[in-house]
Write a protein that binds this ligand. Sequence first.
Ligand code: ADP
Length: 522
Amino acid sequence: MKAEDFQAAIKQFEDAVGKEWVFATDEDVELYRDSYSPLWGEAEEPIPSAAVAPDGVEQVQAVVRIANQYKIPVWTISTGKNLGYGGSAPLLGGSVVLDLKRMNRVLEVNEKNHYALLEPGVSYFDLYRYIQDHGLRVWIDPPDPGWGSPMGNSLERGGGYTPMHDHYDAVCGMEVVLPSGEVMRTGMGALPAAKTWQQYKYGFGPYVQGMFSQSSLGIVTKIGIWLFPEPEAYVSGTVMVWKRDDVVPLVEGFANLVSSGVFRGTTTLASPVWFGFGLPDAELDPIRASGSVKDLEDYAARKKVPYWSLPLFFYGPQKVVAAQWEYAKEKFSSLAGVEFQEGASYHFPLSKEERAKVTDPVQIGIPSLQIFGLLPPQSQGHIGFSPIVPMDGKALIDALTVFQGVHQELGAGRAVLTILSSFPRAFVLIDLFPVERDVEKNRKMREIYRRLVKEAAAHGWGEYRTHTTFMQDISNTYSYNNHALRRFHETVKDAVDPNGILSPGKCGIWPKRMRKAESGKA
Ligand code: ADP
């Protein structure tokens, strides 16, 4: 666009939200760069042109109207802590960041029906503090780092650890500013005198709430989130098995516990001998490199390090959680050589002294930044390649072998793989890459990442979410019937956002005016 039009738009943004809430100097814009960008310092790194921070729905509407007038692309963030997925930076360089951090009011927390109604800028820490300050007996479900927002994390379909771990599934009712500037409420919120906006998701007619998740179709200004009533108790334990193929019956038993509702949290299925977060190990590393299953099994038996370990967590009435853990042990007792280890258990509410001793706060709904201490020390950030794979032991072995193979073939050493049950019925496998401010290393990382995307798709494993750098690659893999899904997304995009102002390129969906030029780039 012409420089004078951009200046005129900036002036109008200032009139709409106040001069001090429009950031257009290089110094200010620097703060909106993605500090985990795999394109850091390269010509393609998308740098925003400015940021605007409104403090209410009317101001959001005004910003949207100005963006339409000048056809300025706008990229929405809530707290912008979506590190590993793009952070506070847009996908398209030159976009204006719509920073909703100032809209940080907790509008309601309902202790009897267990929900909250929140503005975008409320962080998990903010919500937790509000609940503590008001002495309410409800739990939030934070993801690993607690400084992001329930809004951003739920819209992006993130996950936590307690029974409310599937964050998008816990959403009930939204208020959305549409690209036209109009305000819409979903579900029961469409009923002007609604009494159940946060209690019944579906409302009447086609269900559109999902269209605003991982989406560029609207700016969500209020969100309803279901909370968990503070449970009486928590018990945990770990199931350990010693041979590689034990994962088949182990996962079969686990899938049954999940689908029948006995296990309702998120677990991390680990293979301490095969891969993991561990530091280099002089004895184990050569065995891993040789790929010999027998040698790994011998090591497991000799060192008493399980081939597979499956931690389980139960939340609820004391009698029920004790019975659930007993039931799980009974189910798994038929596995050869299986061993069980008792883990932490708690009674709620915790006293101050008990709380201070908790080593796994996120597991019991307490937000934390502890996760950053676990990341590899040399990295300046990280990015996850995160395909969804079947909750099936054989499929897991296949996927892990394929991904390890790509790392080995491209000469990048051992992969750091995590298997999470963040969503019901399937696993999400996270292959964690360090990102560094080193152009060559990041180029290599992108090469491996893109290979993984292709290999995964060829096997029928697709990513659940990705960094802005790879959104086009992932979108390209969801191509059934000549991209019928993407063409449908584009049809909706063109109808709802004819000027193509909202988050262009998000998840590989480009507005008509940019479609040809941009979509072929990945
Ligand atoms: P968090 O608050 O968890 O740090 P972000 O603010 O980084 O999350 O948002 C993550 C992504 O979610 C953004 O890049 C954007 O695509 C989408 N998003 C966040 N907030 C909104 C919103 N209020 N309306 C629409 N999309 C949003």
